[in-house]
Ligand binder design. Structure first.
Ligand code: PXP
Length: 243
């Protein structure tokens, strides 16, 4: 059964809309934990558009479940991860102009840097996952670089229109999951997952963690963070194939 990591970036987005001190992502993290989340995910972007250094520092203290830091491989951010020591980092590509992470990390092209970052994270006891498109060559490159896990990009599934395309995207994700597991990697998935499309993904056996952000924070505006998290966990559990 897949476990839920709640991405709370957009709690910080609302705070940053007024450059004030509320809503506080630390409070949101506590609410997610109370609802039974497996982990808290935040993306410390180079431009600090939502989550900032203070958030990551305090989350390291407040989060008793898993703290998963999404980050680029830029030296400044790698050094912060070494200092903070989250439980896990998920390495993502990052472009300043994008609304959200677009595409996966090109592990093939950046294999040398990836292997170096993996080594540095492992030295601090931090697990490493790469956010990748569900393709064999990206999985192989992640495994060869020494990663512990891959997070399969579910954006193409989330955006798919029509039953046939949806099924095709799910089949691609399931095949990539099998190949990643055979390559010795733990498999995560995320991006664009919602209360409406989670069923298809939850049915894929053997996914370990799901990273879900925008949809949960959007629902939390109406029902609160704790209930929004609990509802997503309930859906994941309802549709999961038990192992
Ligand atoms: N996984 C990764 C690697 C991401 O970059 C994001 C977006 O920050 C998510 C999961 C969560 O995506 P969403 O907000 O669409 O649920």
């Amino acid at each position: 059964m897949a476990l839920l990591n709640v991405n709370i970036d957009h709690v910080a987005t609302v705070r940053q809309a007024r450059l004030t001190d509320e809503p506080d992502p630390i409070w949101a993290a506590v609410q997610c934990q109370l609802a039974g989340a497996n982990g808290i995910t935040v993306h410390l972007r180079q431009d600090r558009r939502h989550i900032n250094d203070r958030d990551v520092r305090l989350l390291k203290e407040a989060v008793v479940c898993k703290l998963n830091l999404e980050m680029s491989m830029t030296e400044e951010i790698v050094k912060i991860a070494e200092r903070i020591k989250p439980d896990q980092v998920t390495l993502v590509p990052e472009k300043r102009a994008e609304l959200t992470t677009e595409g996966g990390l090109d592990c093939l092209q950046q294999k040398e840097r990836l292997a170096e970052v993996v080594k540095r994270m492992h030295k601090k006891g931090i697990l490493v996952s790469t956010f990748i498109t569900p393709e064999k060559e990206q999985i192989i490159a992640s495994a060869e670089a020494g990663c512990d896990a891959v997070e399969l990009h579910t954006g193409m599934y989330a955006n798919a229109k029509g039953h046939k395309t949806v099924e095709k995207r799910l089949a691609e994700l399931a095949a990539a999951k099998d190949f990643a597991k055979e390559s010795g990697l733990v498999v995560h998935a995320g991006h664009g997952l919602t209360y409406r499309n989670i069923a298809g993904l939850a049915r894929i056996e053997g996914l370990c963690e799901l990273n879900i952000g925008h949809s949960i924070v959007a629902r939390a505006i109406f029902v609160g963070m704790q209930q929004a998290t609990a509802e997503m966990i309930k859906l994941i559990n309802r549709y999961s194939v038990s192992l």
